[in-house]
Design a protein around this ligand. Sequence first.
Ligand code: AMP
Length: 394
Amino acid sequence: MKKLTIKDLDLQGKKLFIRVDFNVPIENGKVSDDTRIQASLPTINYAIGQGARVILASHLGRPKGGPNPKYSLKPVADRLAELLGQPVKFATDCVGTEIEAEAAQLGNGEVLLLENVRFHAAEEKNEENFSRQLAALCDLYVNDAFGSAHRAHSSTAGITQFVSQAASGFLMEKELEYLGKALYNPDHPFVVILGGAKVSDKIEVIENLLKSADVLLIGGAMAYTFLKAQGLPIGKSLVENDKLDLAKQLMEKARARKVRLELPIDHVVATQLEPVEGIRTVKISETAENEAGYDIGPETVEKYRKEIGEAKTVVWNGPMGIFENSNFAHGTMEVARAVASIDATTVVGGGDSVAAVNQAGVSDKISHVSTGGGASLEFLSGLELPGVKALTDK
Ligand code: AMP
């Protein structure tokens, strides 16, 4: 079902509540990385341009349901004002009669940022009364916080029951468009690259992508559960021993669906991580008992690069190794460069893979860098996100 977008709303003179994702790092009272604020500017600027009275709400960190200056959004108001080139009013709370009065006093095109919604425990419990209080601030609702859309909280879901129209913002729309196209209507070959620490985090994603992908390239620590399930030696590499049967089942399902599930053939191992000792590159079959694998090896990089080179759609989530350590970053960087070099729809999601494409300096060559790690994984698992479901049908 198609949902309303901000363009479907008549915003002139309306009090518009926009749920944004301003969950940004703060250092010494200042925003140290404003990527997420920048990402919400198209929606905010559009609302201002349409003459809406703009009320912004977000969470920041995990303040555990009470006010905590460490998690105040005040520094975000300051940075946002600089980016917008206009004043941003800051409300010291997000609900209550005083805040309602501040919202009501806004002129057309003016902006008010509410204090962290998670200063109220009711937010994460999606409590009806709190949702009503948030809704009392506004006439219309827009959700542009894709990264929080997999949570049914008051500001992402509950509030929509008490407003006349709830629509997606531009960032939300872009996320849904790219992820939706990859998942439901991909150009083939569709290559999915999965890495990171655990298979258990990605079981549903693998199961669901087996329906539409042509090739699955597995790297990172999660590969070792599959390799061990095949009877290969993996030394002390990170493994989920309770998921070996599941790994076997996933490999069988892939075979039955004629999806190629590819695993590393070589890797970079070490006998100790910090300080690093005994680094060498070996075939998986030659791994010694006292060694652990921390990156995919050059033969695997070459094999994966070829697969990526043929792709018309790529979805990538999770690093190929401990890329935070320069000794083990090569595989992840090469995959980032390979994904960036092709003429195809490429979608990268998950904090680490996003950091990797930034580190490789190629993020502008990716079709879509997803802002929501958990949300994009849930979406790729085929689940309906509560924050999307809650929006008004077209
Ligand atoms: P995830 O949050 O599941 O995407 O996992 C990301 C983390 O997995 C990163 O911090 C990586 O350092 C880590 N990781 C990737 N490959 C390995 C590996 N071979 N051994 C240990 N940790 C790894």
